[in-house]
Design a protein around this ligand. Structure first.
Ligand SMILES: [Zn+2]
Ligand SMILES: [Zn+2]
Length: 364
């Protein structure tokens, strides 16, 4: 409705300027004058959440521990240290990695009922070293090395979805693109908010599962292996293990399945099962392996821990804000910070604004 009105106002404004009508009936400039303070006071947007570099590291680590894929670690580290938007991160292809810089000239747009498409980044914020646009994003040496290793261990692959992109750096485990909504449900909310989402009520179901904190087994060290299904929260000062049907007794010794090689998949001793079934996620190793470990007497006591939230309410876009905060923190000139994020500074063109005397760039 708001858009329709603005459009009509623009059309009538043009018509008035051309002398076709006497007045712009849809204009409401007069009405809005003097109301800036009111509008600001009424603004209801929540403060933007952001992470410190340590929190970015923890987030990336947890996401990878939850999915069992190093890709997630690399993906969120890149996002946090380059201040990318979700679509720009998902649209990263092999050709964007220039060794010491990242060229951002596309973003992968979500399928709004249709297929994924590659477009220019929002507001024309291409970062590709071309004079009309912004500088390619310099990578700190550790990130260059991390990406180089990522590309050699997980060669960039085609998605096969027809979006027109080739050799993507970050695809999901089926080889397709990540969906924002699906990723936020898992693993994002568990990694960032420390919460296993509850089950929404549905007709015909006995009860709704409430949201639970993320439960991990730290017996093999940090950051711990996520346990699923997680235990519910304590509902009183004295906590007792839940005795509910279908909820495992993690307080009792478990069969240490990874103590033996798996007869059903290539997983060796010490490694989780690697079946396409997703044994890591569902926490269900192959039955023959469980039997073999039980027969050989491999039992283990779990070291249980709940994960505290890194930041409640954080969205993937929060990493872009985090990057801005970090740039401010280390005293990056405003012009340079805007350039890195692909923001045009209001009133200042890229050509006229250049940090004097010579452009200071992030250390390579
Ligand atoms: Zn695609
Ligand atoms: Zn297996």
């Amino acid at each position: 409705m708001e858009n329709c009105r603005s459009l009509l106002a623009t059309i009538l404004g043009d018509a008035r300027d051309a002398g076709l009508v006497d007045a712009n009936a849809a204009s409401r400039r007069g009405n809005r004058r003097g109301k800036v303070i009111t509008r600001r006071l009424e603004r209801t947007t929540a403060p933007k959440e952001w992470l410190t570099p340590l929190e970015i590291l923890l987030l990336a680590e947890r996401a990878a521990a939850l999915t069992g894929r190093d890709d997630d670690f690399v993906m969120w580290t890149v996002c946090g240290w380059c201040g990318l938007r979700w679509g720009e991160l998902m649209g990263l292809q092999r050709s964007a990695f220039l060794g010491d810089r990242l060229r951002i000239d596309v973003q992968l747009s979500p399928p709004n009922g249709g297929p994924f498409v590659l477009r220019h980044p929002k507001n024309g914020s291409l970062r590709n070293d071309q004079p009309q646009f912004f500088c390619a994003v310099d990578l700190p040496p550790f990130l260059s090395a991390l990406l180089t290793r990522h590309i050699s261990t997980r060669p960039p692959a085609d998605c096969g979805c027809g979006c027109g992109g080739r050799k993507f750096l970050f695809l999901n485990k089926e080889g397709g693109h990540h969906f924002h909504g699906t990723y936020e449900q898992f693993p994002w909310s568990q990694a960032a908010h420390g919460v296993v989402s509850g089950r929404p009520p549905r007709p015909g179901r006995s009860a709704d599962a409430p949201a639970r904190p993320v439960l991990v087994d730290c017996s093999a060290g940090f950051p711990g292996r996520p346990l699923s299904p997680a235990w519910p929260k304590a509902d009183g000062p004295v906590w007792t293990p839940p005795l509910i049907r279908g909820v495992p007794r993690y307080d009792q010794p478990v069969i240490d399945v990874v103590a033996v090689d798996c007869p059903s998949c290539p997983a060796r001793e010490g490694q989780p099962c690697r079946s396409a079934y997703g044994a890591v996620l569902s926490n269900r190793p192959h039955r023959p392996r469980v039997r073999a470990a039980a027969e050989q007497g491999h039992r283990r006591v779990l070291a249980l821990a709940f994960r505290l939230p890194i930041k409640a309410g954080l969205t993937p876009h929060g990493l872009r804000h985090s990057h801005r905060v970090l740039l401010d923190e280390i005293g990056t000139p405003d012009v340079l910070a805007h350039d890195r994020l692909g923001h045009s500074k209001p009133g200042i063109g890229r050509v006229t604004a250049s940090p004097a005397p010579a452009p200071v760039r992030m250390r390579r």
